[in-house]
Ligand binder design. Sequence first.
Ligand code: DX5
Ligand code: ZN
Length: 226
Amino acid sequence: MEGGDGILIAPSLLSADFTRLREEVETVERAGADLLHVDVMDGHFVPNLTLGPFLVDAIRRVATVPLDVHLMIDEPARYAEAFVRAGASFLTYHVECAEGSPATAERIRRLGARPGVSLRPRTPVEALRDHLPLVDLVLVMSVEPGFGGQEFMPEVLRKTRALREELSYSGRVEMDGGIGPETVGACAEAGADVFVAGSAVFGAPDPAEAVRVLRARATGRAGRRR
Ligand code: DX5
Ligand code: ZN
């Protein structure tokens, strides 16, 4: 699963062509994807609906790399078991949702997946304090969750930096939203090591080249902040 110097690239299937899902998965896996990012939306926590455990299970059956499942739903604890059974390796909930308590991280861990916690662009990192000892990953949203193809919000980079420097978080820090060749370097420099990219990969004429460029630019900038 680990790419060069610990950097992980996670193409977001939200931007894939679902009529050709198997081919899309194979294309990005051949391109060197370390994880497949799967966006789950419930129409309550965010104003959009996507997919549930049934489709995660189908994706798992065609995938060979681990699934990184991002729950943008109000009841992650309620549905955690179904997503773990469907094949989620990382299972990430939002701190702002109705069940966004540290107990959700503990539940996900007990079910056998790796818990992650995410925060919206305007939520301060201090909100994560009680979650950090319990999670393997923090997902810093760099757009308002809900849709692919939005513009990167550079003001969230200070939160990534604060997680590493002020809160001394040593787990994975993932960034999601508007990540592309022009923004991935600043994210790596701020301390992120997992990069989600939807439109930058699936919208590229050559997805394999897009993944290679993201990895090269992230690798080139990682660790510079130290
Ligand atoms: C947005 C999702 C993202 C989305 C990113 O709510 O969490 O994972 O797919 O898409 P891009 O990379 O196009 O901004
Ligand atoms: Zn996502």
